[in-house]
Design a protein around this ligand. Structure first.
Ligand SMILES: C[S@@+](CC[C@H](N)C(=O)[O-])C[C@H]1O[C@@H](n2cnc3c(N)ncnc32)[C@H](O)[C@@H]1O
Length: 277
């Protein structure tokens, strides 16, 4: 019996998450997975989408390392936060079809909000089961109105992986300020491209061109974020090339990462930041 697949009909920036999903599925399907996101593998099979031919995803077969290094780093940081704050609120912004809430499986004290554009959220609704204390928000992350409906009497975690670069800087900064002002304490965990990284991505990243995404916010160092958002302190900031998970990549990747992490400019093109407030 053939099972009917779910058609993907997306346009604009939401398409970028298909590239992430496919990368995670390829990792899960590989002989030595790192993130091992088996949800991504199942979703790729469930979706009616030509992964190998699509201009958005066809290049991904050549390179999944950056996606799994980033995903694993943010899983680790989020787990650490949740272990210390079992009654927290999580704002997982620009969630795409990422399975983080299922991978981390937070305890019953955690209220988890997955936020993305309506087209993405309606796909999520069809693909993932519901779970207790789990909420979907169909909105732009930078729209101030949805945040006012979120309980803020406990620690909050804003986690945004692969989102900052798609936001105008002023809107990204305003979003972080709103979260810091609203919650009594918490963390902000997100990745940034440097200005050099943004220029390189504009030239080489076909996902951006083909999705018609507009790029915006760049950050060269955490001090820029500290200056823009009062109340933050740096907990950790690492280049993608120096992230812990790099040690689990094949030897050739480790060698490239080592050289990149020692090369000024290149070192900072993709960074993972973790702030407390
Ligand atoms: C590169 S994908 C990352 C998806 C997911 N975080 C992951 O790592 O698999 C970027 C995601 O951000 C979402 N996005 C971009 N701008 C957004 C905005 N202003 N508000 C909410 N989501 C946004 C896109 O729809 C897409 O799902």
């Amino acid at each position: 019996m053939s099972v009917s697949k779910i058609h993907v009909d997306l346009s604009g920036p939401p398409q970028t998450m298909l590239d992430m999903l496919y990368g995670k599925a390829l990792d899960a399907d590989s002989p030595h997975p790192i993130l091992n996101d088996t949800f991504a593998k199942t979703l790729v099979e469930q979706l009616d989408y030509d992964w190998q031919a699509s201009a958005i995803t066809r290049q991904r077969r050549r390179q999944v390392a950056s996606i799994v290094v980033r995903g694993t780093q943010f899983d680790t940081w989020a787990r650490e936060f949740l272990a210390r704050h079992p009654q927290a609120v999580v704002l997982h912004l620009g969630c795409g079809l990422d399975s983080r809430v299922f991978r981390l499986d937070p305890g019953p004290g955690v209220q988890w909000y997955d936020v993305d554009y309506p087209d993405v959220i309606s796909l999520r609704e069809r693909l993932y089961p519901g779970r207790d204390h789990y909420h979907l928000v169909s909105a732009s992350a930078t729209d101030p109105s949805w945040l006012t409906a979120i309980p803020a009497d406990r620690p909050g975690l804003l986690l945004a992986e692969g989102l900052s670069m798609y936001l105008p800087e002023a809107e990204g900064v305003a979003l972080l300020r709103r979260v810091v002002e609203r919650f009594p304490a918490g963390e902000i965990q997100l990745d940034f491209w440097s200005r050099l990284g943004m220029r390189a991505q504009k030239r080489t990243n076909r996902v951006i061109t083909h999705s018609g995404s507009t790029l915006g916010w760049t950050v060269n160092r955490p001090e820029e974020v500290l200056a823009a958002v009062p109340g933050l302190r740096v907990i950790s900031a690492t280049s993608m090339f120096g992230a812990d998970t790099v040690e689990r990549l094949p030897k050739g990747h480790r060698r490239v990462a080592k050289v990149a992490s020692r090369t000024p400019g290149l070192r900072k093109i993709i960074q993972f930041h973790r702030y407390g407030f």
